[in-house]
Design a protein around this ligand. Structure first.
Ligand code: F6R
Length: 608
């Protein structure tokens, strides 16, 4: 999704802007651009459709300035093109604006501004902002006042950075629904929509709140509200390692992140297991045992893989705590006037902490008086800040568009929550100890699965040639099937469908043929016999079967099997999912896909 960077200080801004944009490439984009100023009255702009490398090649040698803004665009209004790329300028080429989000009343504003003489050069909603700000700057008007006045006419979501060639000593930024982070340096300041662009330069950051603006100068910043009230914001420290932003010798970030899972799972568990009382410590819940006992239902909300991780979480909570729990796409929930109940605990799941649909769902629940916990990876992100408490994943930054290590850590976080809940209710100490031991064993068991990568790669290359794939699982296995299908389709573009194994004969069995193989989750649990019967039904229709199992099924029932170590039955889905990540990855590699940046997708979806 779109990315913003900005710099003001003694150095040449262009180098930081280009490097910062490159660090945001993982979010997905189709064009990029930069604008710099320095000497009053000069504004240089360079923008192009394509990659940041294309932009870097297009930037002229004499393109210099000490104040600058940059952008990677993911098209929403108008096709990817040089003209639609940001920054956008006003008629006199004095104001330059970069923008993430969507201006909902752009058409009306465009008509009005055109009538007043503005000449539009793009199809974007963003360009109206440049003309609007220009309409408010004039002799003696501070840029921040012009931006504030302009935003007063705007309906929609935005994270923006604005420069004025007549006031090159400042950048004005604003946030409403789309993140803006200020990075504090030594006599220089950075701005980005994502800390990934900043961590090489500073660890001291300030996250703007919705409805806030900031004036950023080389020697500091001031934050204020839309009605010009100054607000004091204290910087926080980012603790993510710079090394997380490199591939560390792996061919792709995705592969690196899959292999990081033993370590990221250890971090998610670290300090949270209590062997004495066979429970979990979750300091950030902000709910004591008595309040937790009053909870009658758990409702989990997330989008895409976060929603599927929530389905696994719901299963864990029901099994361990015997509290009804259900996961729903946040993107649907927010539009259906949901009933919010006082004795329901709402849990928002998000790796980025910035997914707009999930944030909007949280805001809707809070507006109606509900209590929301966040299961979030990005510290200080919008969703984390909006929630009443929560669990940070500590999985480290996830760069590849497809979620792997954050997915696994999310399910671990739910296992901890379910254990904690369970031990407050009726989960016995013996069962609590069983789950604690199971969780502790997971990092080594994941290592064991990853050691079998070569065989999975061979199978992936073979299965990737099929016209599509079916993923099936029963009860605990069904969310695993859904996540496996999602991963395959999003990075390899092979069509994949997930079904409960029990539902196969109620329809999709009609699809089974040798060109549509089935990946079947077949744990050695109480439903094993039922699953084997389903495999028999597929084989009887000449279907091919790849089983992910604890024990290889009879050769008559499965053509291939990938074996995973046995965990506790409630935790098995976590391990069954790991080979599916490798399967999707190697299928995508075999098909020569852009693994880390799949077409049409973005890392964090900050628009509706
Ligand atoms: C799939 C994937 C997406 C995200 C979804 C939510 O691999 O990455 O489906 O899970 O866009 O993103 P977050 O977790 O950042 O809210």
């Amino acid at each position: 999704m779109c990315g913003i960077v900005a710099y003001i200080g003694p150095k040449d801004a262009t180098a930081f802007l280009l490097e910062g944009l490159q660090r945001l490439e993982y979010r997905g984009y189709d064009s990029a651009g930069v604008a710099v100023t320095g000497k009053p009255g000069t504004l240089k702009v360079c923008k192009t459709k394509g990659r940041v490398a294309d932009l870097a090649a297009a930037v002229p040698a004499r393109f210099k300035g000490t104040t600058g803004i940059g952008h990677t665009r993911w098209a929403t209004h108008g096709e990817p093109s040089d003209a639609n790329a940001h920054p956008h300028l006003d008629n006199s080429e004095r104001i330059a604006v970069v923008h993430n989000g969507i201006i909902e009343n752009a058409d009306a504003l465009r008509d009005r501004l055109t009538a007043e003489g503005a000449v539009f050069r793009s199809e974007t909603d963003t360009e109206v902002l440049a003309h609007l700000v220009a309409a408010h700057v004039g002799e003696g008007v501070e840029l921040e006042d012009a931006v504030r006045a302009a935003l007063g006419h705007v309906v929609g979501t935005y994270g923006i950075a604005v420069v004025d060639a007549a006031q090159p000593d400042r950048i004005v930024v604003a946030r409403n629904g789309s993140p803006i982070v200020l990075g504090l340096g030594e006599k220089e300041m950075f701005v980005a929509s994502d800390v990934a662009a900043l961590v090489r330069y500073t660890r001291q950051v300030v996250h703007l709140e919705d409805g806030e603006l900031a004036t950023v100068r080389a020697d500091g910043f001031t934050t204020f509200t839309e009605d010009a009230r100054t607000v004091t914001r204290q910087p926080s420290t980012v603790d993510w390692e710079i090394a997380s932003y490199d591939t560390a010798g792996y061919e792709h970030f995705l592969l690196k992140e899959i292999h990081e899972q033993p370590a990221s799972v250890e971090r998610t568990l670290s300090g949270r297991l209590d062997e004495r009382f066979a429970t979990a410590h979750l300091g950030g819940l902000n709910l004591d045992a008595r309040e937790l006992r009053e909870i009658r239902r758990v409702k989990i909300l997330g989008c895409g893989s976060a929603y599927y991780a929530g389905e696994m979480g719901a299963q864990l909570i029901e099994e361990l705590a015997r509290i009804p729990a259900h996961s729903e796409p946040a993107s649907e929930f927010r539009y259906r006037n949901p009933v919010i109940e006082a004795d329901t605990l709402y849990v928002a799941v998000s790796q980025s902490g910035e997914t707009y649909d999930t944030l909007a769902a949280v805001q809707e629940i809070k507006r109606k008086g509900g209590r929301v916990l966040g299961v979030v990876n990005t510290v200080g992100s919008a969703i984390a800040r909006e929630c009443d408490g929560g669990i940070y994943l500590h999985a480290g930054p996830e760069i590849s568009v497809a979620s792997t290590k954050a997915f696994t850590s999310t399910v671990i976080a739910f296992a901890l929550l379910a254990l904690h809940f369970g031990r407050i209710h009726d989960l016995s100490p013996a069962d609590g100890r069983r789950i604690v031991a199971g969780l502790k064993a997971l990092p080594d068991q994941i290592r064991e699965i990853l050691a079998g990568e070569d065989k999975i790669a061979e199978l992936a290359a073979e299965y990737a040639q099929s016209e599509g794939m079916m993923f099936i699982g029963r009860v605990r296995g069904f969310p695993v099937a859904r996540e496996g299908a999602q991963k395959l389709k999003e990075i390899s573009y092979v069509h994949a469908e997930a079904y409960p194994a029990s539902e196969l004969k109620h329809g999709p069995l009609a699809l089974i043929n040798p060109d549509l193989p089935t990946v079947a989750l077949v744990p050695d649990d109480e439903l094993l016999d039922k699953n084997l019967t389903t495999l028999g039904e597929i084989k009887a229709r000449a279907g091919r079967v790849l089983a992910i199992a604890h024990r290889a099924p009879d050769a008559k029932l499965a053509d291939h099997a990938i074996l995973v170590p046995r965990s506790e039955p409630e935790l098995d889905p976590l391990l069954l999912n790991i080979p599916l990540q490798l399967l999707a990855y190697h299928a995508a590699v075999a098909l020569k896909r852009d693994v880390d940046k799949p077409r049409n997708l973005a890392k964090s979806v900050t628009v509706e």
